[in-house]
Design a protein around this ligand. Structure first.
Ligand code: NAD
Length: 384
């Protein structure tokens, strides 16, 4: 089989990098008891950079020993890209959300042999799921592989925005010491109302991690948490995001990108929030209306926005989120720390071993299968 794998480019100063640490912690299980990936073996040392082209997700030896062809490229945009040139006879496409190989209906029409699109990570909206359903293409992702990392990033950005950390760091870099400038927008998180939009794996981990900060927690999801979980968190449930956002100072966003969530953070919704609210959105860029976010930051309706995710990716050099005021944007890094890479590389191999061996893929990894949403896809992506 021909496996076409799209990964982000190597570090500009070469591969492999000099690693900052010698090992990564061993995690036994995910918080809900789900086991970590269980491939028969891996051909990499956890902690290595696997998500860039030379890292190859550690898959080359395994695939080539089994007689398959592996093509790895970062060249993914436009009809002359290596990705589009190699797509027509590819059986398997692997891509990471950080550097997504967009599988649009047009591209899927050209991919006559495609049987499975694997997301090395979480979030498969870069694949046109309706077309995958029509064509019987399987879409699978490595559920939970980086959820905790994204929750950690979310907490980091909530604190960073509320305390106004980034401008303070800049003052230091610039050789300054003006404390008044550094603190004139600096607040404490303690006592604030924090709202979580979608309490799945990431959203729930964010609620749990923010609870000790002495905040009041609020959330909405299509599925309510169990009463004992809600009670333990002391979290107030809302039926919809409209009611949620009116009651919070900080909103964090953790829903998948679907027809229902696309463009949700628009002028109208932002206008109902408390003046000076903060938003942290490590879910998907297109859940926010790009220009509405800029307007809200410029007017002061929002006091800060930290995004991590953009549309498209990579974002063009002139994307307005690079230069809007009071932002804490990152280039989609929250889910691709070195430990996350080790988990989703192993999970990608687990999915490949199952698929190539004719065995079932774990339901929790499935988004689309057999012509309909399946597994996690049926829970998190399908219209309710
Ligand atoms: P999950 O499937 O565990 O949780 C998603 C939750 O969203 C579910 O509880 C679902 O019920 C809820 N939901 C779906 N549609 C909704 C709607 N219209 N209204 C309210 N709730 C809705 O997934 P997760 O692991 O928590 O990840 C969530 C999303 O975060 C992913 O789909 C992905 O887009 C994004 N993500 C980003 C990164 C990153 O690196 N920045 C990494 C992992 C995931």
């Amino acid at each position: 089989m021909k496996v076409l794998c799209v990964l982000y480019p190597d570090p500009i100063d070469g591969y492999p990098p000099r690693y900052a640490r010698d090992s990564i912690p061993v995690i036994e299980r995910y918080p809900n008891g789900q086991t970590l990936p269980t491939p028969s073996a891996v051909d990499f040392t956890p902690g290595e950079l696997l998500g860039s082209v030379s890292g190859e997700l550690g898959l080359r030896k395994y695939l080539e020993d089994a007689g398959h062809t592996l093509i790895v490229t970062s060249d993914k945009e436009g009809p002359d890209s290596e990705f589009e040139r190699e797509l027509p006879d590819a059986d398997i496409v692997i891509s990471q959300p950080f550097w997504p190989a967009y599988l649009t209906p047009d591209r899927l029409a050209k991919a006559k042999n495609l049987k499975i699109a694997i997301t090395a990570g979480i979030g498969s909206d870069h694949v046109d799921l309706a077309t995958a359903i029509d064509r019987g293409i399987t879409v699978a992702e490595v559920t939970y592989s980086n959820s905790i990392g994204v929750a950690e990033h979310t907490v980091m950005m909530v604190l960073s925005l509320v305390r106004d950390y980034l401008p303070q760091y800049k003052i230091v870099l610039d050789g300054g010491w003006n404390i008044a400038d550094a603190v004139k927008r600096s607040y404490d998180l303690e006592g604030m109302d924090v709202g979580v939009f979608a309490a799945g794996r990431i959203g729930r981990a964010v609620l749990e991690r923010l609870k000790p900060f002495g905040v009041r927690l609020h959330y909405t999801d299509r599925f309510r948490l169990a009463p004992e979980v809600e009670a333990e968190l002391g979290a107030t449930f809302y039926d919809n995001i409209q009611d949620l956002v009116k009651n919070v100072d900080v909103l964090t966003v953790h829903a998948p990108l679907t027809d229902e969530t696309k463009g949700l953070l628009n002028d109208e919704l932002l206008g109902t929030m408390r003046r000076g609210s903060y938003i942290v959105n490590p879910a998907r860029g297109a859940i926010a209306d790009r220009d509405a976010i800029v307007r809200a930051l410029e007017s002061g309706q929002l006091a800060g926005y930290a995004g991590d995710v953009w549309f498209p990716q990579p974002a063009p050099a002139d994307h307005p989120w690079r230069t809007m005021p009071h932002h804490g944007m990152t280039p989609h890094t929250s889910g691709t720390s070195l430990p996350s890479q080790a988990r989703y590389a192993a999970g990608t191999r687990e999915i490949l071993e199952a698929f190539l061996g004719g065995e079932p893929i774990r339901p929790e990894y499935l988004i689309v299968d057999g012509g309909s949403y399946a597994g996690t896809g049926a829970h998190s992506y399908a219209s309710k």
